[in-house]
Ligand binder design. Structure first.
Ligand SMILES: Nc1ncnc2c1ncn2[C@@H]1O[C@H](COP(=O)(O)OP(=O)(O)OP(=O)(O)O)[C@@H](O)[C@H]1O
Ligand SMILES: O=c1ccn([C@@H]2O[C@H](COP(=O)(O)O)[C@@H](O)[C@H]2O)c(=O)[nH]1
Length: 244
């Protein structure tokens, strides 16, 4: 069993694909509500949580480019998709009584706040969940890199990547049936072996800023709290000499 240490502040990266629930596309309200209840469960313990939500359930820039869209335009479309997901999660969280703020890296004043680091910091101190939308605001990046960047900016103790696999494997488990899951491994190993559970820029940012990444399956109900308690299945990626 993987042992996950205690944290004061975390960034939760939620894969957009997870928000499809059992569907093939878009946003499943029941899944948003379920994830929101799980986030409330952990914020009720006093843990400060900020979030980045992906956009893969709606639009990915690379897929758009493959269909003939200009890559940068497609990436902006992908970033806008993450705003829809952020608003869906905001709505679900507020139904549970959790106070939230959405901050977008692409300013859209009628919809949500712009990203202002010090303001986000203040929201978190007040116990609000801040959801960072529109990625970095820059094309050719991903929401994994956004998550690493915001985790560093917000001084998070760890980046929890909630996805549809239960950790990092020696090969993509959706393609290689007998792939083996790691309990722990180093950032350098992830990069050297080109393990593609997150993009390399996100891994390097976390490595250089000493932020451990915990990869876990958020499709499994109760897993966020379990992983935080050190009971769930996950992979912890960190530097050999970092003690967390
Ligand atoms: N070595 C590996 N270990 C684990 N998963 C891997 C590995 N290589 C590739 N993957 C794939 O990485 C995916 C995890 O990324 P995820 O689906 O969260 O994508 P994302 O781009 O972060 O989110 P989104 O769905 O919002 O686009 C898994 O579904 C898995 O199939
Ligand atoms: O900083 C960023 C973040 C995201 N994008 C675009 O958005 C989509 C959706 O994000 P995922 O990480 O794939 O869930 C992504 O494919 C990019 O097209 C971006 O351009 N910049």
């Amino acid at each position: 069993m993987t042992v996950v240490p205690r944290f004061n502040r975390i960034l939760l990266k939620l894969s957009g694909e997870v928000l499809m629930g059992s569907g093939q596309f878009g946003i499943d309200p029941d899944t948003c509500d379920r994830v929101a209840r799980e986030v409330k469960g952990v914020t009720d313990t006093g843990l400060q949580v900020c979030m980045v939500v992906g956009g893969g359930n709606i639009f990915r820039g690379l897929a758009g480019a493959a269909q003939g869209f200009d890559r940068a335009s497609a990436d902006y479309m992908g970033m806008l998709a993450t705003v829809m997901n952020a608003l869906a999660m905001q709505n679900a969280l507020e139904k549970t009584g959790v106070q939230t703020r959405v901050q977008s890296a692409i300013p859209m004043a009628s919809v949500c706040e712009p990203y202002i680091r010090r303001r986000a910091e203040r929201h978190m101190e007040k116990g609000r969940v801040v959801i960072f939308a529109a990625g970095t605001g820059l094309p050719f990046f991903t929401t994994d890199t956004t998550a690493a960047l915001r985790a560093a900016e917000m001084g998070c103790d760890a980046l929890f990547k909630g996805t549809s696999v239960d950790g990092v494997y020696d090969a993509d488990p959706k393609k290689v049936a007998d792939a083996k899951r790691y309990d722990t491994l180093t950032f350098d190993r992830v990069l050297a072996d080109n393990l593609r559970v997150m993009d390399a820029s996100a891994v390097a940012l976390c490595r250089d800023n000493h932020i451990p990444i915990v990869v876990f399956n958020i499709r499994e109900e109760g897993n966020l709290a379990a992983v935080l308690r050190g009971e769930g299945v996950s992979t912890i990626v960190q530097n050999t000499n970092d003690k967390h």
